[in-house]
Structure formats: structure tokens, C-alpha cells
Design a protein around this ligand. Structure first.
Ligand code: DX5
Ligand code: ZN
Length: 227
């Protein structure tokens, strides 16, 4: 099988917020394809992170696409504000929304591309009905809420199964992964079928040099043997 093209998006959650603009510029110069913005409300996940003022600043700081990951209990309420603040894609958790179809339509109406995401314990069948109308499936490879966690190994099999679902139902849909991605596990993650990679700590974390970290991730992508 031909190697599919793989996009890498640093998660700003792991950046030094005192020098967020510099960190973003370093990542962009090192070839970042997009930025991932984690929104947490302290209810859907046990943490608070990144509201609209920071989102607006991130928008001013880059022309790259901004990928918003809503980890909130009422995602429908936050679509219009984050789209207006400059989100290019908005991803909502299937576990958080009983009216997912309507919410996904509202993302398109707001001018962004819709995505759906699943926690590690959620059955993949929850993706099925909305898969044909989304541009992105985000598979969480850690339990959401915090950066710097360890990749859950069972995620590899889930990535393979979602790859098959996407190839059947919506081949243009991106398969994004988020949580604990490193240059070490990335070859297996890409071989399993992921094409859109979120990386927080491995790009911005303590001890990481952004340019080197991005180069290591890019090199790891090319090591992936298609399965
Ligand atoms: C976790 C967030 C992730 C996080 C990833 O809830 O959704 O986007 O920033 O960070 P790392 O790569 O450190 O696991
Ligand atoms: Zn995220």
C-alpha cells in the first residue's frame, strides 16, 4: 500500500504560555501542519484549559489551520464562539452530546469542518451514523483531560479498526490521534492507519527542543511500514 501523507499538529496545551507566540513560531518554522487547541470545562474532563481569549490570540499568531478539540459537557454552546474566534476544524466528543448530528451540522454552518472524537473506553460503533458527514475522526489515545500521559497500547487496534471503517464509509475523512504520541510510538500509529497526529509534550514539553522534536516526529513517520 502506498504511504498516505501524514500531518503533524502540535498541541499548544504543552507550550509555555508565557512565550506561546515564540513556541508557535518555532513549531511553524519546523514544519507544523496545524495547531491543536484543547478546550476543557472542568465538567466533561477534570481540568480547565484554553478559553476564547487564548484562542483569539492563537488565531492572530498563525495562518496555519487551527484544530479545536472541545472537551466540554455542552459542545453545541461553544461551536459559534470558537468558529468566530477562528477555528478551522472543531471536534466534539460523541459521549458529550445527545444531538451530535445537529451539532455537526452547526459546525459546518459556522464555517468550520466537523469532527467527532471518542474516549478510549467508548465503543467504535458510536462513530458509525455520523461518519459519512464528518471530515475528521479523532481517536483519543489517552483519557482526555491532561497532557503528558502515556499512550494506551490498545489504541493501535482501535486505529486499525477505525481505518477500515473510514475506508469503507468516508475515505476522505482524516484519522487523527491525540495523547501520548512520541517519535517512538509514531511509526506503529501511522502503520495502523492514522494520518493526522497531535503531539503536545513531545514537541513543547520540558527538555524538548521544538525544531528537533518536530524533525524526530517527521522522521518517525517515514519509518512506518504500511501494514
Ligand atoms: C489531552 C489533550 C491532548 C494533549 C496531548 O486531553 O486532548 O491534546 O494536549 O498532549 P500529549 O501529547 O502530551 O499527550
Ligand atoms: Zn486534544
Amino acid at each position: 500500500m502506498a504511504q498516505r501523507s501524514v500531518r503533524i499538529g502540535p498541541s499548544i496545551l504543552a507550550a509555555d504560555f508565557l512565550r506561546l507566540g515564540e513556541h508557535m513560531a518555532e513549531a511553524e518554522a519546523a514544519g507544523a501542519d496545524f495547531f491543536h487547541v484543547d478546550v476543557m470545562d472542568g465538567r466533561f474532563v477534570p481540568n480547565l484549559a484554553i478559553g476564547l481569549p487564548v484562542m483569539e490570540a492563537v488565531r492572530r499568531g498563525t495562518s496555519l489551520p487551527i484544530d479545536v478539540h472541545l472537551m466540554v459537557a455542552d459542545p453545541a454552546e461553544w461551536i459559534a464562539p470558537f468558529a468566530a474566534a477562528g477555528a478551522d476544524s472543531i471536534t466534539v466528543h460523541v459521549e458529550a452530546d445527545p444531538h451530535l448530528h445537529r451539532t455537526l451540522r452547526s459546525i459546518e454552518e459556522a464555517g468550520a469542518t466537523p469532527g467527532i472524537t471518542l474516549n478510549p473506553a467508548s465503543p467504535l460503533v458510536l462513530l458509525e451514523e455520523c461518519l459519512p458527514i464528518v471530515h475528521q475522526v479523532l481517536l483519543m489515545t489517552v483519557n482526555p483531560g491532561f497532557g503528558g500521559q502515556t499512550f494506551i497500547p490498545a489504541s493501535l487496534d482501535r486505529i486499525r479498526r477505525v481505518r477500515t471503517m473510514i475506508d469503507t464509509a468516508n475515505p476522505g475523512c482524516a484519522l487523527e490521534v491525540d495523547g501520548g504520541i512520541t517519535a517512538r510510538n509514531l511509526p506503529r500509529v501511522v502503520a495502523a492507519g492514522a494520518d493526522t497526529i497531535v503531539a503536545g509534550s513531545s514537541v513543547f514539553g520540558p527538555g524538548a527542543v521544538v525544531a528537533e522534536a518536530m524533525a524526530n516526529l517527521r522522521a518517525a513517520v517515514t519509518e512506518a511500514d504500511p501494514e
